[in-house]
Structures are given as C-alpha cells and as structure tokens.
Design a protein around this ligand. Structure first.
Ligand code: 5AD
Ligand code: SF4
Length: 471
C-alpha cells in the first residue's frame, strides 16, 4: 500500500490551493493510476497533502483481488467518517472518493453502507475526475456524501482524456500499456472490474516513455493486467505485439532497462520470446503466473494452458535467454484440488525453479464462476498446503540469491539505501541489492560484486568498471 499526495507546480495561486491525499491499495497499475489521478487534479489546484488530516479531498484507490478487500475499504471509510463530520461542524468540507476495483465491483453497496462517500468511480473513468469533482463541489457539502457514482466502461478510452504526467516517477518508472482482461479465469474478478482488454497506441507510448526518460527514468516497467496480450496498430500500419513495442522503446536514448508485467503463458508469442534474446535492455526476469501444476485444476480454472504448455513456454524463454529468472503466482486449495493435484504443483515448481513467487490460498470472490463450485477445500487443508508450497519456494529463492554471491552483477542504483552512505538498486534478475556508493551514482548501472545473500536481498560492493558483465 502506498500513499501519494497530488502534485502541482510550485508557486500556484495560494488562493486556489486545495490539498489532495490518495491512499493506494494493491498492484502497480493502481500506483500508476493514482499518479495519473493526481495529474488530472493538479490543474484544479490540488496540491499534495502530507496526510489525510490535512486534505480537502481523500481518494481511496482500492484493490479487489485480495480476500476481504471490500471489508478493508469499509473499515477505512469508517475511520474517515468522524473526520468528515468534524470538518463539516467547523464549517469546512472534505470530499471523499473511492476509486479502483472495489468501487467498480461494489459501487452501490459503498453508497448504501457508507453514505458519507461523495464520489465512487471505477478504474475506467479517471479522466472524468475533474467533472466529478466539479459536480461534488457544486453540491452542498456537509457530513453527508454527494452520492456521485461513475462505474461505466465508457466508449472513449480514459488514456485519451488524461493529461501528460506531471510528476517525475523517479529512476524506475511504470507505464501502463494495456488494461483489462478477456481471459476469465474462474477465480478472478479482474475481467469484471477492469473490463475488456485494451491496448494503448504505440505512438502514445513511445511519446510517454520519452517523457519519462526526460524526467530521469532509466528503467521502465510496462504494465498491463495481461501485458503480453498487447496488440495495437503501429505507426507503420502493422499490428504491433509487445515484442515490437519493446524493440521500439529500446531505441529511446538514455533508457537503460525495460521490464513488463503481468504476462499470461498463452500469450507468449515468438516475437516476444525472441525479444528476450535480441534486446539487451530487456531484463532477464519474468513474472509468468501458472497458478497450478495440475491439468485438472488448470482446466477448472479456465487457464487455457496445461502444465506441459507452461513448461514449453519456459523452455522457449530459456533457449532465448538462458539466464532468465522466473517468478509466478500460485493458488492452493482451488475447489476440487486433491493431494495428487497439489503434488503436481510442487513437481512443477521443482522442475521450473523460481527466483521468487507469490502464493495464495484460494478464496471465494463473489460473482466469479469458481465461487459456486462444489468441493471447496477446507481451510486447514489450504493452510497446510500453502505452508508446504511456500517452504519450497523460499528454498528456491534462497538458493537463487546464494548463487549470486561471488558474481559481479550490473545494478541500477535507484534510491537511498537503508544506511547512510548506501544506495539500493536492482540486479537484472530483479533482486534488491544494497551497496556502499556515493549519491552521485544514483541512476547509473554499476558493476557490483555480490558479497552476501539475505532471504529477500543481496549486499555487495562497487566493483571495477572493467569487470562489468553485460545484461
Ligand atoms: N483466490 C486466491 N488468489 C487469487 N488470485 C486472484 N484471484 C484469487 C482468488 N480468488 C491471485 C492469482 C493472481 C494474483 C494476482 O492473485 O494468483 O495471479
Ligand atoms: Fe485474472 Fe486470469 Fe485475467 Fe490474470 S489472466 S487477470 S488471473 S482472469
């Protein structure tokens, strides 16, 4: 979870100055969306607030993917209610907005249970935020909410209505290239909350990436719920997939690294795999969720691939880029999963070998097909399986990190480190690396001799430049 104040140019007319506080839950796409919401509201005079107490408007940018996500939003809204009441009593006003996937999925319920909320808007309507805020401002303030709801999937793509990003994102930046999902995995809410797959035009993305680099970005991570399903008409009149887009972005002067997330195994086309061999800027690390290693479960999940198909995708990637490191998502205890199915998942993990991973107990998302499946797995069984799975993944991650000790890796130095005199960065394989280095090296890719491995990070020292290994 991250917190973000809106940004605006310094010296803006103080008379207009209002304060915005955005609390972001969930994925990197939400972090990107929050920054864009701040950009949209900057021309209306909204400047960053240090905390919710100082804000004239609070936006909760919510995530629906985790268990009890909606309940967490309702308890957060409960905490904001007395704040709004106190503000109204003092003759002031506080606008409360709920954005993101919980807003999309539970809009009416939010208005019913939390009537002090002023604006509820889904992830596809942020470009209409100025209009929604203007409507809220025109309506009478007070302790009650204004009841504005916008959870449509509008015909006009929101990206066309968003201004250019105002605030620099830093050395490692995100760029949303694709949104939505047409896959309909039976456990997942995303196709319902984010809507159909949509890819942004390549020319817009090259321009936005250029601006990110001009603002100091050295690494760009391309984002999408199904990023490798990216497909759009290029300036050459041809249909561009993600591989083609990556090649175009790799030509941007000043850019050092590219990554993309999250991918679906069924959308890993030959051109994208070849890009891993041919584009040096494309980092050898890929988050490629498999969810389960059992074909019966994969079919019930509607994943559109079998375990062997996934293994073949991994083999193709490793042929293209032998050192590629992999990450995945796993769900244990999907309805009907038995011991043999679970063993197949463990076997797949053993066979593939992961550098890191995320794993979850299956939990019901109302409205999704799996929610009503028979044979829900008892909680204790799910907990025990998750523990075994995570122990195996932890061992693999520790082994992967240990294998870096003694090597010299190129590290992009991204921010101040934990201790004075230290900077923190990432290896090509997305490992966090701490290294003693002067601040002037921020934004540089430097060779680092890896001295020690911790469970979730590496520590090293600057090595002589002539020992740098290309990546
Ligand atoms: N139960 C458990 N995990 C889920 N995920 C998505 N929906 C559910 C659910 N109903 C996990 C998947 C997905 C990740 C983002 O969240 O592993 O890849
Ligand atoms: Fe959800 Fe499946 Fe789409 Fe991923 S591919 S967002 S898990 S429906």
């Amino acid at each position: 979870m991250t917190e973000l104040g809106a940004t605006t140019e310094p010296g803006r007319d103080a008379g207009l100055a209002k304060k915005l506080f955005i609390k972001t839950f969930g994925c990197q796409m939400n972090v990107y969306d929050s920054a864009r919401m701040a950009d949209v509201l900057a021309p209306l005079g909204y400047a960053p607030a240090a905390g919710p107490e100082a804000a004239d408007m609070i936006i909760l940018n919510t995530c629906h993917i985790r268990d009890k996500a909606a309940e967490k939003v309702f308890s957060e809204l409960g905490r904001l209610k007395p704040m709004k009441l106190a503000r109204a009593r003092a003759g002031g006003d506080l606008i409360i907005a709920v954005a993101g996937c919980v807003a999309q999925a539970e809009g009416a319920e939010i208005q019913r249970r939390a009537p002090h909320v002023d604006i509820v808007m889904g992830p596809q309507t942020y470009h209409r935020l100025p209009e929604l805020v203007a409507r809220a401002t025109r309506a009478a303030g007070g302790a009650g909410g204004r009841g504005i709801l916008d959870t449509e999937f509008p015909a006009e793509p929101k990206f066309d209505g968003l201004p250019e990003a105002a605030a620099p994102q830093g050395i490692s930046a995100f760029l949303t290239v694709q949104e939505g999902c047409d896959k309909f995995c039976t456990f997942c809410v995303v196709p319902y909350t984010r809507g159909a797959e949509y890819s942004r035009p390549p020319a817009d993305l090259v321009a936005e990436a250029g601006r990110l680099v001009a603002q100091g970005a050295r690494e760009i991570t391309l984002l999408g719920q199904n990023v490798n399903a990216y497909r759009a008409a290029g300036p050459d009149g041809r249909s561009w997939g993600l591989g083609r887009l990556i090649r175009a972005l790799a030509d941007l002067p000043g850019l050092a690294r590219l990554r993309y997330t999250t991918s679906h195994p069924a959308d890993m086309d030959d051109d994208l795999v070849a890009a891993h061999a041919e584009v040096p800027l494309l980092m050898p690390f890929l988050h490629l969720p498999v969810q389960s290693g059992a074909d019966r479960v994969l079919a019930a999940m509607n994943r559109r691939h079998r375990a062997a198909d996934y293994r073949r995708v991994v083999d193709r990637l490793r042929r293209a880029r032998p050192d590629i490191a992999l990450s995945s998502d796993f769900i244990v205890g999907f309805p009907g999963e038995d011991e043999a199915d679970f063993a197949a998942t463990l076997a797949l993990i053993e066979a593939v070998g992961y550098a890191q991973a995320y794993s979850f107990k299956y939990s019901i998302r109302p409205g999704t097909p799996a929610a009503t499946l028979p044979d829900q797995v008892p909680a204790a069984v799910k907990a025990a399986r998750l523990e075994r799975l995570q122990a195996l993944l932890r061992d693999q991650q520790a082994a992967f990190n240990r294998a870096a000790v003694g090597r010299t890796l190129p590290v992009l130095l991204e921010r101040a480190g934990r201790h004075d005199g230290q900077l923190a960065g990432r290896s090509p394989y997305a490992q966090a690396v701490d290294v003693a280095a002067p601040e002037g090296l921020l934004g540089s890719v430097v060779p680092v001799a890896i001295l020690a491995a911790r469970p979730n990070s590496l520590a090293g020292r600057l090595a002589a430049a002539d020992r740098q290994v290309p990546a």
